[in-house]
Write a protein that binds this ligand. Structure first.
Ligand SMILES: C[S@@+](CC[C@H](N)C(=O)[O-])C[C@H]1O[C@@H](n2cnc3c(N)ncnc32)[C@H](O)[C@@H]1O
Length: 217
């Protein structure tokens, strides 16, 4: 796991992925998961995304996991929330009303520790996982969330021009990750203005995943 790479990025505030405003795809497509207000939404590899604040303000409960504690400290302090911190095995849990954020490696998060969730919101999480670990990640996420429906935002581009994260995720890769457990719908594919990091033409993709009636993986 690339703890050092992510730790250095957070320490240097090298977090170009962090958005100042709620992601429009969350606002436009969350309804496609058909979740009632009060539902608990899991945000894997959450960083300090402002999407968490949007979810809370819109009546959802949130669970998340993030590798780097500094990011979680900033998430709570920037939202003026004082968390209660507990240790659970290899993880730490930062909790307050309607929010539980785990600090640690997503692969160390077990279903019982996470607790029941109704949906998953993955923005820039699958694309942050190295391709050789991607299918393990998808299977793990599917298992710990008990096949909860997912809103997944990825990007696709020519990876030869950029090193490291975000890793491009093609439609074929989405099918390889989630095609057995879920029915996948590509809701939107849009050109990223200016390309990725200003270097490579790129597209963002918005996927809605609903449990396959066969439901196994
Ligand atoms: C590209 S950022 C996206 C953050 C957030 N989803 C957003 O939209 O701003 C990926 C985040 O995942 C975290 N991360 C990377 N690998 C992880 C892992 N194995 N387990 C938990 N978090 C991880 C990184 O520290 C980083 O904050």
């Amino acid at each position: 796991m690339d703890v050092n790479i992510w730790e250095k990025r957070w320490l240097k505030n090298d977090i170009g992925f962090h958005e100042a405003r709620p992601n429009p795809n969350l606002i436009n497509y969350l309804a496609n998961l058909n979740l009632a207000k009060g539902s608990r939404i899991f945000v894997p590899l959450c960083g300090k995304t402002v999407d968490i604040r949007w979810l809370l303000l819109n009546g959802y409960r949130v669970a998340g996991i993030e590798l780097i504690e500094l990011a979680v400290d900033q998430l709570f302090s920037e939202n003026g929330i004082e968390p209660e911190v507990t240790h659970i095995g290899k993880l730490k849990r930062f909790s307050a009303t309607n929010i539980d954020i785990f600090v640690g490696n997503v692969f160390d998060l077990e279903k019982e520790t996470l607790g029941a969730v109704d949906g998953v919101y993955d923005r820039a999480a699958l694309v942050a996982i190295p391709p050789d670990k991607r299918e393990n990640y998808a299977a793990h996420l599917t298992q710990i969330t008990d096949h909860a429906p997912q809103l997944v935002i990825t990007c696709d581009y020519d990876h030869r021009k950029i090193k490291g994260s975000p890793f491009p995720v093609s439609g074929e890769a989405m099918q390889a990750c989630y095609g057995k457990a879920y029915q996948l719908a590509l809701e939107e594919r849009a050109e990223i203005p200016g390309g990725l990091k200003g270097i490579s033409p790129a597209h963002s993709e918005v996927w809605v995943l609903k449990k396959n009636s066969r439901g196994n993986q």
